[in-house]
Design a protein around this ligand. Structure first.
Ligand SMILES: [Zn+2]
Length: 77
């Protein structure tokens, strides 16, 4: 018994494991989402994050701060 290692508790919930899913929402251009859904390609969020559209953040997840910042700057123009 040496140092304590913080591990993700192995609890089972009624939700599917979403280790791969983003913990935040990213802003992605709508036409990119449509294209990705058809082509199965990855989308690039405003912040540069690349992920397939099949990954969706949980409802209530916070918006990616980088995406939000960029989005708000875009709206100013
Ligand atoms: Zn983002």
């Amino acid at each position: 018994m040496s140092t304590q290692i913080k591990e993700r508790p192995d609890v089972s919930t009624d939700e599917t494991t979403d280790d791969d899913a983003p913990k935040v929402f990213h802003y992605v251009k709508k036409n990119k989402i449509a294209e990705s859904a058809v082509m199965g390609t990855h989308v690039v969020a405003l912040c540069g994050e690349v992920f397939p559209v099949t990954k969706s953040a949980k409802p209530g997840s916070p918006v990616c701060p980088d995406c939000k910042k960029i989005y708000e700057q875009m709206r100013k123009d």
